[in-house]
Ligand binder design. Structure first.
Ligand code: PLP
Length: 435
């Protein structure tokens, strides 16, 4: 198809898109000369909702005008501010509002969750993770093992794809659990793999872990706001995520955490630590709210995931997320997923004729991916890097993951079919250029 016809087709699809209006609710990035960029990097940093600016300014004004009294009397009082996020996060993760809480950042939440759920005992001391896990997860998990006085070399099982493959089949996870389950305390797995874009079946992994007496926790950095989630029904024990990617919470935004209800209901409200899954490292914000300010020595846990809060929430880092979750509520995850499948499917279709110069390593089965496609360019890492840099010079923002992957993500809240068409046209042209 020639370029003009392709753009026309893409624009016709945009005109028929029931979610097209949401794009106008975002600040759209521009280059140094003010020309619009084709932004396909929401898997790294989501765009700024206009409402985020308004809500941050509103909180700055509250602070200016009310000072300390904002804790109780701001339009959205600061003491229970995290509650503004619970419903929206619960909807996106398939949990009850009591099972989720916005707090801290992803890796900090990982540590808090491991403090509660990683209790190596006897032969059951190992943690199963993926080989090539996100570096922060790898560092955090290894340090948790060492924190217990154990050796990460012995206690970390890193499951790699089969030789020559990029993806890990859930069957391989099941086989690993069948072989080593009695030694594994905890399975730590991503919902969507950051490098390949592969989406995993969380319920299946949790089921396999539980069948061998292990707990299952998940890193949902690349899942939340991207793929539909049913954390409660999938019986995941716990999960953590960040909010600056698909949730458009802004750089360093407040993260989130899920703890399945079965770990919170039965817990003695004064438990801190021990072999009990669910016992927590505590701070005053995890104390039940009604009596928190009595400042008593004894800790009485709040109900549910809220009890894992340690400190009072960062209001300015949470306000943009209030704005963004409002948009998710308006659009609805079902409609977003429907558009996401169409956008990513369109990209896949346009990249088809570019094979084998470009290879999509993300699963071709749409159920096993979110919106991200990960691409490898024929000719090796240096050629891949050349193409990536030339894309940026042409005004396309995507990103590069070592050693040789270009990641692109058309995000249904703000990307258009036209963005996908423009990206594919640039890529085709750049592949034809001499290296
Ligand atoms: C998969 C994954 N895990 C962990 C992190 C680390 O997040 P944070 O710096 O918020 O702890 C990231 C950040 O991009 C990520 O993509």
């Amino acid at each position: 198809m020639n370029s003009a016809a392709l753009l026309e087709q893409a624009r016709a699809r945009d005109a028929a898109d029931p979610l097209r209006g949401f794009r106008q609710r975002f600040a759209l990035p521009v280059d140094e000369r003010g020309a619009p960029l084709v932004y396909l990097c929401g898997h790294s940093l989501g765009l700024q909702p206009h409402a985020a600016r308004e809500l941050v300014i509103e909180e700055l004004d509250e602070w200016a005008q009310r000072a300390v009294e904002g804790h109780e009397h701001a339009r959205r009082p600061w003491v229970p501010y995290h509650e503004n996020l619970s419903q929206g996060l619960a909807r996106l993760t398939g949990a009850s509002a009591a099972e989720v809480v916005a707090m801290n950042s992803l890796t900090v939440n990982l540590h808090l969750m491991f403090a509660s759920f990683y209790h190596p005992a006897g032969r059951r001391r190992r943690v199963l993770i993926e080989a090539g896990a996100f570096s922060s997860d790898r560092h955090a998990v290894a340090s948790q093992i060492a924190w217990h006085g154990l050796d990460p070399q012995d206690c970390l099982i890193e499951l790699a794809p089969e030789a020559g493959a990029d993806l890990v089949d859930e069957r391989a996870i099941e086989a690993c659990l069948a072989a080593h389950g009695s030694e594994i305390a905890l399975v730590w797995w991503p919902g969507v793999q950051f490098r390949t874009g592969q989406a995993f079946d969380i319920a299946r992994i949790a089921r396999a872990a539980h069948a061998h007496g292990c707990l299952a926790g998940f890193d949902l950095a690349h899942s939340v706001g991207n793929t539909p989630l049913t954390l409660h029904d999938s019986a995941a024990d716990f999960a953590v995520w960040c909010s600056y990617k698909y949730l458009n919470g802004g750089p360093g935004a407040i993260g989130g955490c899920f703890v399945h209800e079965r770990h919170t209901g039965a817990l003695p409200r004064t438990a801190h630590r021990g072999a009990l899954p669910g016992a927590r490292l505590a701070g005053w914000w995890g104390h039940e709210a009604d009596t928190r300010f009595l400042m008593e020595a004894q800790f009485h846990a709040a109900v549910g995931a809220d009890s894992w809060q340690v400190s009072n929430p960062p209001i300015l880092a949470a306000a943009p997320l209030v704005a963004s979750l409002g948009m998710f509520a308006d659009a609805g995850m079902e409609r977003l997923r429907e558009k996401s499948l169409a956008l990513t499917g369109f990209m896949e279709e346009l990249l088809g004729p570019l094979e084998p110069r470009v290879r999509i390593i993300t699963p071709r089965d749409a159920r096993a991916r979110g919106c991200q496609l990960s691409l490898r360019i024929a000719g090796g890492a240096a050629e891949g890097r050349r193409v990536f840099e030339a894309l940026r010079a042409a005004g396309v923002v995507c990103d590069w993951r070592s050693p040789d992957i270009i990641r692109v993500a058309p995000v249904p809240l703000y990307n258009r079919f036209e963005d996908v068409a423009r990206f594919a046209q640039h890529l085709e042209r750049l592949l034809e250029e001499p290296a």
